[in-house]
Write a protein that binds this ligand. Sequence first.
Ligand SMILES: Nc1ncnc2c1ncn2[C@@H]1O[C@H](COP(=O)(O)OP(=O)(O)OP(=O)(O)O)[C@@H](O)[C@H]1O
Ligand SMILES: [Mg+2]
Length: 356
Amino acid sequence: MKLPLPFRSFTVLPKSFLGVDIGTSAVKIAEVKRWGGRKSLKNYAELQSSALYDKPFRTFERNTLVLSKQDIARVLKAILQEAKIQTKDALFSLPDFSSFFTHFELPPMTKEELPEAVAFEARRHVPLPLSEVTFDWQLLEGTFEQKTPLKILMVAVPKEIVNQYQEIANLAGLTLSGLEAEVFCIMRSCVNEEDKSSLALLDIGAQSTTVNIIAKRTLRVSHSVDVAGNSLTDRIAKSLSVDAKMAERYKFEKGMTDKNLALILSPMVDILLSELERVSKEFQQQGGKEVEKIILAGGTALLPGLREYVETTVKKPTSIANPFENLYYPPVLEQTLKNLGPSHAVAVGAALRGLQ
Ligand SMILES: Nc1ncnc2c1ncn2[C@@H]1O[C@H](COP(=O)(O)OP(=O)(O)OP(=O)(O)O)[C@@H](O)[C@H]1O
Ligand SMILES: [Mg+2]
């Protein structure tokens, strides 16, 4: 699903494409290209906010980025220059909390009648005036031919946010080809095209975690909580009376493989798992199947021992997202990319949208 932008026009399909993820802790860029029949990774780059500012890149206060658009554009330019990236066509990911997801059912109707009915229904479901949002939708269930009720998934984003991203792209000298909610980017890069199972996709970043339920490759439920990597670092720092730097080091080096740290961290991780349980139940109440497996994405997916902890607690096969898996890249990068995979899942997925 991709939000329509009034200025979008694809006359010539670009060969290379950029995906840009402005995260709380870092800006990540992936560059992909078509190479013969294959999709290949051309470049990737990342810049941590801590390297430049004492503020996170992405903190929204009333829908406004705390860092100025100019600052973010400067960061983007620096990354593009440093990585010698020439590609200009870019798709930006939108933070999940700025996108509003909703489902609703419509009575049987024809394909031609549907767009107007969706627009009409949107009024009742979107908490903002329609003149202030850009929205996109997808038919989840039902068919026109058999005259069944139609289940719709709709995503709405405040126009103000769309405009901010447009301006950042302009200032950075990029052509904004579209915007897409993070969850759809990760789905594209990390869920196999043939995978029709019901699965939970957790994006555990620095500031927030989004718990998503996906079935038959469609997003069914999505919910964000403010517990993620930063909360884990804070908790270690408080519990062990160490500074944030030291806490971060313990987190990266030992994580949940250390008995004492596991005791400190598990209550935070359990918050995410109870959210997962709540969201799974909500999905089942809507008539969905039980979740069969779990995919962990976002930088915190790499917390040592986390995958094992989730797998034994939830008793479902759990894997770590690898968005590079289906891309061609030089084999020497294998290990490096495995470690970058979870945090680059959004940027890679956004870039891949351009090749579709
Ligand atoms: N190997 C690791 N072990 C533990 N934590 C890690 C590891 N690598 C990264 N992290 C943590 O992952 C977080 C960054 O993840 P990510 O890049 O997905 O965040 P973000 O997209 O900037 O944030 P958000 O999605 O919340 O806006 C940080 O809290 C960082 O400490
Ligand atoms: Mg993120």
